[in-house]
Design a protein around this ligand. Structure first.
Ligand code: A3P
Ligand code: MG
Ligand code: MG
Length: 380
């Protein structure tokens, strides 16, 4: 077993190491039955402001929006199914076949996994349990699904005992998706009818459909292929594929009232920032809500300005450069540890000041990198 110390953080402070701007190389969609469409943008959504009754908003004067509306018909994705890296690899394979060449990278993983790694220095409750394997010099990293399922269950049990009488964890999760459906259109503005725009509150909410962007990016000496969901585009994707895409990330958060709430929100901003930074999402739109789930107002953040805002005007609960430098060092650690055949477990337990890596038996490397993807990479 090898360990990587998180503390002391001072060794990651200072200017940030080099970063490669994330560029979308390809993408895929899941439809509302979770059917995968590699290379398709059929589930791409377009941002159009929700109608909130607040001064200056397009919905000023309208009745308040209850984010609980339609909870009974929520079509929720079943996260007890282990999806591994399958859709990412299937799409990458289709893309490489189309291009006739492979996309080189040191690491292939989901954006959500990199978010957990990046935020580890400042998020004491952050836990992860990953499986990693090396194939042809590239490290593929997935979540160990058994631990993820246990994690979801314990979060649920926890919130049941803490939230007696208050909204359930399921309801609060629904609010996030409901906000998305109030703020999105399935067509560009110009093609959407007034009816579609006006009737978004009546639309059933589902968390099965997704548009996922696959990007190449890099932190320090490590190049990566990352896949992750993007909520929407502002306007449209640019014609020139080299131009940055005006992506929008939507979030909900309880409207901060007290100073304690401000600190809580600042900690949330760490996750919002890291998640969006990794895919190159330039804008985050937060729907502030009341404790009982009424939408109160919108707040826009430019992703790249969040770290300096937290440092200058906030309580300084986290530092973006430290996260980037930590991630670079962590990736070096992973590359030097995960070599040859076999599967490594990379884990961080709550409040631990270190990350552990050790080889595990009983996890088939082919469950991480599929036989079809291996065969494809052996040929191209
Ligand atoms: P909010 O975070 O806005 O409340 P995302 O913001 O990543 O697009 O995810 C959309 C919604 O999925 C979230 O809305 C939240 O309701 C739910 N969600 C995302 N990640 C989650 C997690 N780790 N645990 C529980 N719910 C999550
Ligand atoms: Mg999303
Ligand atoms: Mg979102």
């Amino acid at each position: 077993m090898t360990t990587f110390k998180i503390q002391p953080l001072a060794r990651f402070a200072g200017a940030s190491t080099s970063i490669r701007r994330p560029r979308e190389i390809t993408h895929f969609s899941y439809d509302d039955d979770r059917k995968l469409y590699p290379l398709s943008d059929r589930s791409l959504q377009y941002y159009y402001p929700p109608f909130i009754d607040a001064p200056g908003e397009p919905g000023h004067g309208r009745p308040p929006i209850d984010l609980s509306n339609g909870f009974e018909t929520f079509k929720k994705h079943d996260d007890s199914i282990d999806e591994h890296l399958d859709s990412l690899l299937e799409t990458l394979m289709a893309h490489e076949q189309e291009e006739g060449q492979r996309v080189k990278s040191d690491v292939v993983t989901w954006r959500g996994i990199m978010t957990k790694i990046m935020t580890a220095p400042f998020d004491l409750f952050n836990e992860f349990e990953l499986n990693a394997t090396c194939f042809q010099g590239t490290v593929f990293i997935e979540e160990n699904h058994a631990s993820k399922a246990a994690d979801i269950k314990s979060q649920r049990d926890n919130s049941r005992s803490h939230n007696r009488g208050g909204p359930s964890q399921e309801m609060m999760q629904y609010w996030g998706y409901k906000f998305e459906s109030l703020a999105l259109l399935s067509k560009p503005w110009a093609e959407a009818t007034r009816e579609e725009i006006e009737n978004r509150d009546a639309k059933p909410v589902d968390s099965e459909a997704q548009y996922c962007s696959i990007v190449t990016t890099g932190i320090g000496g490590t190049s990566m292929i990352l896949g992750g969901e993007v909520d929407a585009v502002m306007g449209a994707k640019p014609d020139n594929p080299n131009d940055p895409i005006p992506w929008v990330e939507l979030k909900t958060a309880q409207q901060p009232v007290t100073q304690k709430d401000d600190v809580k929100y600042e900690r949330k901003l760490l996750k919002f920032w890291a998640q969006s930074f990794l895919l190159g999402v330039p804008k985050i739109i937060v729907g502030f809500r009341s404790p009982d789930g009424h939408l109160l107002k919108l707040m826009e953040h430019e992703t790249q300005k969040i770290p300096s805002m937290v440092k200058r005007q906030g309580q300084g609960t986290w530092d973006g450069n430290t996260c980037i430098n930590f991630a670079a060092a962590m990736l070096d650690f992973i590359k030097s540890t995960v070599q040859g055949d076999g599967v490594w477990r990379i884990q961080r337990r709550q409040k631990d000041g270190f990350i552990e890596a050790f080889q595990v038996d009983g996890v088939d490397p082919k469950s991480i990198v599929t036989p079809a993807f291996r065969a494809h990479r052996e040929q191209i």
